[in-house]
Ligand binder design. Structure first.
Ligand code: GLN
Length: 303
């Protein structure tokens, strides 16, 4: 038997020795998950004794964490845009910067929704008994390379019924996770498509969002061991990281409605190449928004 505080201190020290960043926070999360309690509850129960029914699974998880298994895989969930999503080895673990891409996408979608043809006719000058204006046409959004579905599902949830979201991915495994997330969150306005980029996409969209693989293969040796747990397919984009994004840019123009926009997530040092590719493909109003760390991360363009 050990108290929660002893377990927390002991586990933290062990993780620190293994070189794990934020060791104490990791240990807190593992204990909270094991006991199914919140962080606040954890602090109020430091003296509570834990027996082997809790200590044994905790030791197992601690060992895996020390060996580089990402904390998100051990917890099985990740918070993204205030919702809890399931995450596991079927898809890339959602990254915090991708929440910024979602914010950009929401802003772009809202601007479109406030302009025809997505809103109903203007209100009549003299009040008559009519239904309030309804959305005649739904805004069509595509999340290309959706992985666990966090982008598309969040957009569908935040924007609601005026939008129709398609989540596409080459990986059936990733799509199965995205479907589970949609069901868990009770989101209705999302459909799924297995497609190698646009190979099986026949529709056109008003907004296409894509967080495609963009990590250069040459970075692999220096990456944190946690990244070995993301599928290679979701992470690496060839020698310079841009193999998939280049093909995406050549294909996407056939799938955009008039005045449609795209918003992407890219890696460090890729923005000028991507902006040039977008210009060559016929896009206008091209700009790249920086992420919170100041890295040009989110190219936006209009077609
Ligand atoms: N931002 C992720 C990372 O560097 C990569 C995500 C991606 O390739 N789309 O770990």
């Amino acid at each position: 038997m050990k108290t929660i505080l002893e377990t927390l201190d002991g586990g933290t020290q062990w993780l620190e020795k293994k070189g794990i960043e934020d060791a104490r926070r990791n240990m807190q999360l593992l204990i909270c998950h094991q006991l199914d309690i919140s962080k606040i509850q954890l602090y109020t129960r430091f003296d509570q004794l834990l027996d082997e029914t809790h200590l044994t699974p905790l030791r197992e998880k601690l060992k895996l964490r020390g060996e580089g298994t990402p904390i998100q895989h051990l917890l099985g969930t990740v918070e993204f845009f205030r919702r809890e999503f399931k995450t596991d080895k079927r898809a890339l673990i959602p990254r915090p910067e991708t929440e910024e891409l979602v914010e950009i996408a929401i802003e772009l979608a809202n601007k479109k929704l406030s302009h025809p043809p997505f809103i109903g006719p203007p209100a009549p000058l003299t009040p008559i008994e009519t239904e309030p204006p309804t959305h005649k046409t739904k805004l069509k959004i595509l999340d290309m390379g959706c992985g666990s579905g966090v982008i598309g599902i969040t957009l569908a949830a935040e924007l609601g019924m005026p939008v129709e979201v398609t989540c596409a991915d080459i990986s059936d495994e990733a799509l199965s996770l995205a479907k589970e997330n949609t069901e868990l969150l009770g989101i209705k306005n999302v459909t799924f498509l297995t497609s190698n980029l646009f190979s099986r996409v026949d529709s056109k969209y008003d907004l296409i969002i894509a967080n495609l693989p963009y990590v250069p293969e040459t970075d692999r040796p220096e990456l944190a061991p946690e990244l070995d747990h993301d599928p290679d397919l979701a992470l690496y984009g060839g020698h310079d990281g841009l193999d998939i994004i280049k093909i995406f840019i050549t294909q996407v123009t056939n799938h955009l409605n008039k005045d449609a926009q795209i918003a992407l997530e890219i890696g460090i040092h890729q923005s000028s190449t991507v902006e040039n590719l977008l210009k060559l493909a016929g896009f206008s109003d091209i700009s790249t928004t920086q992420d919170l760390a100041g890295i040009p991360r989110f190219p936006i363009a209009k077609f």
